[in-house]
Write a protein that binds this ligand. Structure first.
Ligand code: SAM
Length: 286
């Protein structure tokens, strides 16, 4: 395992993923009943943006740093603001130096009755995550392969909640693995909300993944709903790094599609690289 999220923390892809995560968890908070968050590929949880990795990658400079400077409209501010407030809480002196990863963002939105289960396989990242969540009775960090743990962890006792599947895409078969892990988990827990992240590099791989997820979702009882969101900060060049990020959102809050129609246009300018960014938001077909 060579992947280190420290190089990418706070990138445009993190910003999009984490804004959606916050919207979904904020929606789950609307009912008093407890919920569970399962983060299958959790990462270190907290990232020092002054570290050599973050400086070398520099991706946060065109991600969270740009968004923090952006002037948001009155319509977008209440939707993006809760995410920015969480990031600000990790930077109490005002200067952006720390970025929270998905388990710490989720933790910030747990009420006393809610729980978080986070899997992280890489020992260094896992130790950092354990340290960040030390003595936290509501959060559990497990030393398990997220792919193996996922079907065992669903449905959670709470019967409400969200699964984030955010693998590093190091292995060649990770698109297929994501599709089959989701299908297995969803068959066991069709009413859970799922947020799947993927890099947009090969159109065929991303279309196949979206079709598999849409097929599993549509054929479940009760049939679920699915949204596909892709956000590109620059045109794809064959030798460029990641310029386009994707999310599949299963059983989204009914409010989410309309919220995203307000949020995403506001991100086009601040997150664009050499021009405005572009997005697509659609319901994938089985
Ligand atoms: N979800 C995090 C966030 O949004 O802040 C970022 C996660 S990063 C993309 C993927 C993480 O998965 C890495 O920290 C990597 O060490 C870990 N990882 C890789 N393979 C794994 C596996 N099979 N099970 C659990 N964690 C794994």
């Amino acid at each position: 395992m060579n992947y280190r999220h420290a190089f990418h923390a706070g990138s445009f892809a993190d910003v999009i993923k984490h804004i959606v995560l916050v919207r979904m968890l904020t929606y789950l908070q609307e009912k008093q009943a407890p919920f569970r968050v399962i983060d299958t590929h959790a990462g270190a949880g907290i990232y020092d943006l002054t570290s050599s990795e973050a400086q070398r990658g520099g991706e946060w400079l065109t991600g969270i740093a740009r968004l923090m400077q952006a002037r948001l409209s009155d319509k977008a501010l209440p939707l993006i603001g809760p995410y920015l407030d969480i990031v600000r809480a990790f930077n109490p002196r005002g200067e952006l130096k720390t970025y929270p990863g998905s388990p710490l963002i989720a933790r910030a939105l747990l009420r006393p009755q809610d729980r978080l289960t986070a899997c992280e396989l890489e020992p260094g990242a896992r130790k950092q995550l354990i340290d960040a969540l030390r003595r936290d009775a509501q959060a559990r960090v497990v030393d398990l392969d997220g792919w193996m743990a996922l079907p065992a962890f669903v449905p959670p006792n709470e019967r409400r909640g969200l699964v984030l599947i955010d693998p590093p895409f190091e292995a060649k078969d990770e698109f297929e693995r994501l599709a089959s892990a989701f299908t297995e988990a969803h068959a066991k827990w069709p009413t859970g909300a799922y947020l799947l992240w993927y890099p947009v590099k090969s159109r065929r791989a991303t279309d196949d993944l979206a079709r598999s997820v849409a097929t599993a979702t549509a054929s479940s009882r009760p049939a679920g709903k699915c949204l596909r969101l892709e956000f590109s900060v620059a045109p794809q060049e064959s030798d460029a790094g990641l310029v386009s990020t994707g999310l599949l959102i299963v059983n989204p809050p009914w409010t989410l599609a309309n919220e995203l129609k307000i949020i995403l246009p506001e991100l086009e300018k601040p997150l664009g690289q050499g021009g405005a960014a572009r997005f697509r938001l659609e319901t994938p077909k089985p």
